[in-house]
Design a protein around this ligand. Sequence first.
Ligand code: ATP
Length: 213
Amino acid sequence: MLEIDRLNAFYGPAQALFDVSLSVAAGEMVVLQGLNGAGKSTLLKSVMGLEVRTEGTVRCQTPDGLAAVERWETHRRAQAGIGYVAEDRRLFTGLTVRENLHVAAGRNARLHEARVLDLFPVLKTLLDRPAAQMSGGQQQMLAIARTLMTGPKILLLDEPCEGIAPVLVAAVRDALLALRGEGLALLVVEQNRLLASRADRLLWLVAGKVRGS
Ligand code: ATP
C-alpha cells in the first residue's frame, strides 16, 4: 500500500507538483494520466527519492509495517518494497537478459526468476541474448522483470506500453493484471490509454495538481 500526502516537488526553484495526495491499495491498479509536462514522471521520481526535492509525506507498507519513507535514500525505499520502472528502462544493454535479471536480484533470486519467466515466457527464449538485441517491447518486459527480481509490493511504472508493438502491449498488460491479482499495488503513468480501461481508478495530473476519483 502506498499513501502520498500533500506532496510538493521542486527542480531548483521551479515547482512541479502542488499538494498531490493519492493512495494505491494492495491489489489495486491506479493509472495516472496527463499532458506532457504535467508532472507524471516527477510524481514517480518523488516516490522513489530520485532527482527532485520534495516536501510532504510518502508512506508505504514495508516488511516492518507502515513507514514514512520520504527522507529515505532511494536504495532503502527499493529494499522496503517499492519497485520503479523508468520510462527509459535503464537496462544494461551490453549484458544478457539473464545477467540483467541477476544484477538486481537479492534474496530468493531463483524463486523470483522462475516467477518472472512465468510471467514473461518470451524472456525464457532470450536468456542469453544481449538486451541491446531485443525489440522495444521485449526490453520493456525485461525492465519490468528486472524490477520484480527484488520482490516489490508496490510497482511504479512510467509509460510501460509506450512505443511497443500491440501484441507485446497485450503481454505487458496481462502481466500487470496478474501482478495486481497477486496483491501488488500498481501506480502506472500513461498517456496513450492502453491500460486505462483496466484500471481500478484513473487520476489526471493537470499542471502538477491531481484530479480524479
Ligand atoms: P512527459 O509525459 O513529457 O514525460 P510528465 O507529465 O511526466 O511529462 P514531468 O517530466 O514530470 O512531466 O515534468 C513536469 C515539469 O517538471 C515540467 O515542467 C518539466 O519541464 C519539469 N522538469 C522535469 N524534469 C526536470 C529536471 N530534471 N529539471 C528541471 N525541470 C524538470
